[in-house]
Design a binder for this molecule. Structure first.
Ligand SMILES: [Zn+2]
Length: 97
């Protein structure tokens, strides 16, 4: 009888979201167009990840400022700035804290 590797104990089918995915989803999150499962995952991510909370606030205030513009999404420049802030908050990949 082969001893198959078992799934991790406590393996729950909770959807998890990485910081990168959160960045991609943040606009839809603010618009409230995401499925409940994703919203739940985002809420859980935000509880664990303070930089993403800060990032969310940045996007929220920017989106509010741009609300009167016809563009439904952030212009590339604003988006890049936000990503820059986000990267700065998170630190560079590979840096050993
Ligand atoms: Zn995060």
């Amino acid at each position: 009888m082969a001893d198959l590797p078992t799934p991790r104990p406590g393996d729950h089918d909770v959807l998890t979201i990485a910081c990168r995915e959160f960045v991609e989803l943040v606009t839809e999150h603010l618009e409230g167009t995401l499925p409940d499962a994703v919203e739940q995952a985002i809420a859980e991510h935000l509880e664990l990840c303070e930089p993403c909370v800060v990032y969310l606030e940045q996007v929220r205030s920017t989106a509010r400022a741009l609300r009167t513009l016809p563009e439904p999404t952030l212009p590339p420049a604003a988006r890049e700035r936000l990503l820059d802030v986000f990267t700065a908050l998170h630190g560079r990949e590979g840096s050993a804290g």
